[in-house]
Ligand binder design. Structure first.
Ligand code: KG4
Ligand code: ZN
Length: 352
């Protein structure tokens, strides 16, 4: 099956063409809007929707071109239908529904968070389950168990800010550019001894919500501590950035490893934009190695928002006989443990 994936849930306009179950990414095009939103220090929903509308057509054309594929050679259309910014999502969903109807192809709505998980399968289609999955992005910090394809159990999530959001807010407090994750990582970059890089022990920051009894996260207290430290110049911005990154990654690794041990995970998956963080990747690799549990972290380009991961998740649903009706909408909130709205089982085609 050759599937076109479309992703417009936030500030990346993306399209990709994938062969499934071969899992060959024929093309993956991502047009970032980071420049558009940077001056506001965060994503402006209305601007994001308009930019998606301008860019999505050309991005789909480019994905087809790079994949050396015509619309007629496609077998299905997958699109992110939530969670995310409703206006932004609507642009992708409307485009996908139009293509599905015009080409008489099955349409499948995909949960963006499940898409992030499938980024790991693009790299390693044979991942052994159950897996403990940590999804850390600008909007999500979810810790869950993947028991099987499409079968998830939520263990914990953030009670306030998402991990990426915490990076973005801390960066803002320290005067770094948006998006904050890469800026903080760069400011804090090891080795610590080198000039300009931050020392984790120069500033005392609290460990965010270390509560052993819970798999939930909370980053707002840490954010406040960063604001206070920055306000009274308790350390250089690089030092505060290093201490912040140290605290966040410590808690993410601790809770993920505790979940993996107690839930008998045969694999650990870490995914989402914050999984691009080198310190998180290396600490997680070290801890998983010590526990003897294989770890899968997608390559950088697949950790952040892209449409290849959406195509992969959609293809897997389709291979189980699921597709969406043309009533598919855009949903700001979606629960990965619940079925996707407007899903039909055993109906192979729309429009035809
Ligand atoms: O998954 P993603 O591209 O979009 C969402 O679905 O939210 O994640 C974006 C988030 C932003 O908050 C960004 O600051 C963070 O991921 N991020 C990072 C790094 N690269 C991106 N956080 C920490 N370290 C990084 N290297
Ligand atoms: Zn995302």
């Amino acid at each position: 099956m050759r599937i076109l994936g479309i992703e417009t849930s936030c500030d990346e306009t993306a399209a990709a063409v994938l062969d499934w179950p071969l899992v060959r990414v024929r093309s993956s095009v991502v047009a970032s809007q980071v420049d558009l939103h940077a001056r506001y220090g965060g994503v402006v929903p209305e601007l994001a929707s308009r930019r998606h509308l301008e860019r999505l057509g050309p991005v789909i054309d480019e994905a087809l071109d790079r994949a050396a594929t015509s619309l007629q050679e496609l077998d299905a259309i997958a699109v992110t239908c939530g969670p995310g910014l409703v206006g932004a999502l609507t642009v992708g969903v409307a485009a996908a529904k139009s293509l599905s109807l015009a080409l008489a192809l099955p349409l499948i709505g995909v949960n963006h968070v499940e898409g992030h998980i499938y980024a790991a399968f693009l790299d390693h289609p044979d991942i052994v389950l159950p897996a403990v999955v940590l999804i850390v992005s600008g909007a999500h910090t979810d810790l869950l168990v993947m028991h099987g394809r499409g079968a998830y159990e939520m263990l914990g999530r953030t009670r306030d800010d998402a991990a990426g959001e915490a990076f973005d807010k801390a960066a803002r407090a320290l005067g770094f550019a948006y998006p904050g994750g890469p800026a903080i990582e760069q400011a804090a970059r090891l080795p610590r001894a080198s000039r300009g890089a931050g020392r984790t022990d120069a500033v005392a920051l609290p460990l965010p919500f270390p509560d052993e009894a819970s798999f939930d996260f909370s980053f707002s207290g840490l954010k406040t501590a960063v604001l206070r430290a920055a306000g009274r110049s308790a350390g250089s911005p690089a030092d505060i950035a290093a201490a912040f990154q140290d605290a966040v990654t410590r808690v993410l690794v601790d809770k993920t490893m505790r979940a993996a041990r107690t839930r008998g995970a045969r694999t650990i998956i870490v995914t989402g934009g914050v999984a691009a963080n080198a310190l998180l990747r290396s600490r997680m690799a070290e801890a998983a190695g010590r526990a003897g549990i294989p770890l899968h972290v997608p390559p950088l380009a697949l950790c952040t928002d892209n449409a290849a991961m959406i195509a992969a998740a959609g293809a897997d649903h389709l291979s189980r006989g699921e597709c969406s009706s043309l009533r598919l909408g855009a949903y700001a909130d979606m629960d990965i443990t619940a079925p996707i709205p407007e899903t039909q089982v055993g109906v192979p085609r729309n429009g035809g």
